[in-house]
Design a protein around this ligand. Structure first.
Ligand code: ATP
Ligand code: MG
Length: 568
């Protein structure tokens, strides 16, 4: 390709609202163009990168025995009603009606549609297992679309769905997908970790996320320094927290604590470490059929993990309760505790507190706390894992120290079990001729998100730094002065020769200043450039590596061999 023909509108202007390097550079370098909130066009170079990533994903899925299909972007609402997700998916699901008032959704994921694709067609265990996947557009009306391709509303996902005659066979496929995703990300040259994950709205049990390690990642991932335990903070476990601090000894009693309405204040007032206090976090929960205030109790030294809290009470959404809502529920902010809560207030206690003694908690009475509290006589169902694991906590698996790093989720694999097949009555006949719901798995890769991840993990202050696996072109030949006919003729011959050898090469033949062309090279980030400049008269050119920006002078007779050597 000649740059003079390429549609790659580069610009010095940083797009407004862009904070992350991948968003800024992919836009400035002419890979993508925003058309609306969370909506992007791919320009030619963006499309090349997209197709390369798509190809890696496709090859590995095909190698694993999955078959590519294509489902519609629009799905009938009926199918979503059948699974029960129509009402619980939340506002991310874009629902609409056609001219005949039939309901539809823009597919955010395709479990329902794929179940409908196979039910009554796969009838026997003999036709199983089956794994179907697609690489298509998804739409999720994200509350906060941002960071360019990292969190769009319209995006491309590889989503695969597998069907099995037994749970064992599902686990086998799940492990195969873990290996497949590992190969995909290794081929793309990314540093990542597979971590235990929360299963979210898709449901089921047993799920792992593939997290690319990146300082700008939105996800907190907990990793152990002693073993390979890793988990999303939403699902991370820790060994029960202990302390060497002496417990405050007191008989159970109500204690006057005027104006001590925070954990820190009460702790200081009573000379007790927050470890021995119980903190109340009061939330408003939105359920399918109602809204209610729910209280979560954790140790004063711990923080509530929102996703765990949401799972504990089965809410669709949690928000901080307002002062009004707290009062209306009969609660006293700053003095809320698990003993003597007003009738009907829903509450959960962190499981690490079960059976613990010598604690201090709010007395549900203005200016009073209980001291000498033992957490007993609550129903077992009140106790849930609620705390956010913190750096320095101990690993459940080996006792090592846990740390927290940032990651970007690029893939997620789930063991769905029989959730969808049961709800949608999708069955097969087993060896005994008995109808059984399919065992299902589902597996997603964020294909368009990966484009941004490539740059989020590889850039400098000048622009993108593509690796050879995903670069739109491996080499750019830059003619510093296109008016010099000899340099131009040489550059064209090198270009033709590389092209003939299968190298993805771009010839910058534009009639622009050399500095302008060089800064485009730095911004776009091709792995290598050959600069045909003033030394050409002496038979020399420069080979520039984008990663290091090092320039190496070399003879025009050896440069091609050197490029070919570096590209393998
Ligand atoms: P997130 O937690 O980042 O919102 P998710 O858990 O909702 O993602 P999944 O339903 O697991 O996403 O979807 C599978 C993959 O699709 C994710 O691992 C991610 O790579 C990609 N993906 C999800 N939402 C988006 C989005 N809004 N924009 C781009 N890619 C996305
Ligand atoms: Mg996910």
């Amino acid at each position: 390709m000649r740059f003079s023909n390429l549609y790659a509108p580069t610009t010095k202007e940083t797009p407004k609202d862009a904070q992350l390097p991948s968003h800024i550079f992919l836009t400035r370098a002419g890979f993508i163009q925003q058309v609306g909130s969370g909506l992007y066009n791919f320009l030619p170079m963006g499309k090349i990168v997209f197709d390369k990533i798509r190809q890696v994903v496709k090859e590995e899925m095909d190698n694993a025995g999955a078959q590519e299909v294509q489902m519609g972007v629009v799905s009938p609402a009926d199918l979503w009603q059948e699974s029960g997700r129509y009402s619980v998916f939340g506002k991310e699901l874009l629902r609409f009606s056609d001219r005949k008032e039939n309901g539809f959704v823009l597919g955010p994921t395709h479990e329902e549609v794929v179940v409908d694709m196979v039910r009554n067609r796969i009838n026997s265990y003999k036709q199983l297992p089956l794994h179907l996947y697609q690489i298509t557009t998804k739409f999720r009306d994200e509350a906060r679309p941002r960071f360019g391709l990292l969190r769009g509303r319209e995006f491309t996902m590889k989503d695969g769905y597998s069907f099995h005659a037994s749970q064992e066979d599902l686990v086998r496929e799940f492990n195969l997908m873990e290996a497949t995703y590992t190969r995909i990300l290794e081929r793309l040259g990314l540093k990542f970790r597979a971590v235990e994950a929360d299963s979210g709205a898709i449901g089921g049990s047993g799920s792992k996320e593939f997290m690319v390690l990146a300082p700008n990642g939105e996800d907190d991932i907990v990793v152990c320094d002693g073993c390979n335990y890793g988990a999303n903070i939403e699902a991370a476990k820790r060994a029960k927290k202990t302390t060497t601090l002496e417990a405050p000894q007191a008989n159970p009693a109500k204690f006057h604590t005027p104006n001590q309405n925070t954990i820190e204040a009460v702790g200081a007032y009573l000379h007790v470490d927050p470890f021995y206090t119980i903190k109340a976090v009061i939330k408003k929960a939105v359920f399918q059929d109602k809204e209610a205030v729910v209280v979560f109790f954790v140790r004063g030294c711990d923080a509530l993990q929102e996703t765990k809290a949401q799972n504990a009470c089965g809410a669709l959404e949690l928000t901080d309760a307002t002062a009004e809502e707290i009062e209306k529920a009969g609660l006293i902010a700053g003095y809320c505790g698990p003993i003597g809560l007003p009738e009907g207030v829903e509450f959960y206690i962190d499981q690490e507190l079960e059976g613990e003694a010598n604690l201090i908690c709010g007395a549900n009475e203005q200016d009073y706390h209980w001291v000498g509290v033992k957490v007993a006589s609550f129903k077992p169902s009140r106790f849930k894992d609620l705390v956010a694991v913190e750096a320095g906590d101990c690993c459940v698996a080996c006792g090592g120290k846990l740390g927290i790093t940032k990651g970007i989720e690029v893939g997620h694999i789930f063991q769905l079990g029989q959730k969808y097949s049961k709800a949608m009555n999708a069955t097969f006949l087993d060896q005994n001729g008995k109808a059984q719901p399919f065992w299902m798995g589902c597996y997603g890769v964020g294909v368009s998100r990966l484009i941004a991840v490539m740059i989020e993990t590889s850039h400098d202050e000048k622009g993108c730094i593509w690796n050879l696996q995903t670069a739109p072109y491996a080499v750019e030949i830059i003619v510093s002065n296109t008016k010099d006919e000899e340099s131009l003729a040489y550059a064209v011959s090198l270009y033709e020769s590389l092209k003939a050898k299968g190298v993805e090469v771009l010839l910058d033949d534009r009639n622009e200043r050399f500095g302008f062309k060089m800064s485009d090279f730095e911004l776009i980030g091709f792995p290598y450039a050959v600069v045909v400049g003033k030394d050409f008269k002496e038979g020399k050119v420069e080979l520039v590596s984008r990663k290091t920006l090092e320039k190496e002078g070399m003879g025009i007779d050896v440069v091609e061999a050197e490029i070919l050597r570096r590209l393998v």
